[in-house]
Write a new protein. Structure first.
Length: 137
């Protein structure tokens, strides 16, 4: 796969917490610009809806959820609503890290990112590219 294709998010769904404002808004818009449908979550529905309108202007699907992540019952409601759409659930599950050895394309995207202008503000970080093995323990 060409390196540019590794950043194509068409057919994927992203959940951006705090996506209605601050740093979450440009993250949500960037994911949409790369082709993803975006679930936008924030404590204020109006700001979520504003971000969703901008996403829809890209010709993609955005969904706004007003949720306070400090309230467990609201987080549970978000999860239930987000997975109530079978297509959204299918896309999300397809994005869960796979338990397999990594291949060339798995590391290529990280390397291109680190060498690109997109990484200009990422300094002194460790980027773990292991398909989720580290979090398994």
């Amino acid at each position: 796969m060409k390196a540019t294709g590794l950043f194509d998010l068409r057919g994927r769904t992203a959940l951006v917490t705090g996506g209605g404002r601050g740093l979450g808004r440009p993250i949500a818009l960037g994911l949409a610009e790369a082709g993803a449908d975006v679930i936008v979550e924030s404590r204020k529905r109006a700001s979520c809806e504003e971000t969703v309108r901008a996403i829809e202007a890209c010709g993609l699907r955005g969904v706004a959820f007003e949720v306070d992540l400090a309230r467990e019952e609201q987080v549970a409601r978000l999860a239930e609503q987000a997975i109530a759409d079978p297509e959204t659930l299918r896309r999300f599950l397809e994005q869960i890290p796979q338990r397999r050895a990594g291949g060339e394309d798995d590391v290529k995207g990280a390397a291109v990112f680190l060498c690109s202008d997109a990484a200009a503000y990422a300094t002194g970080q460790v980027l773990v590219v292991d398909g989720g093995w580290l979090v398994r323990g």
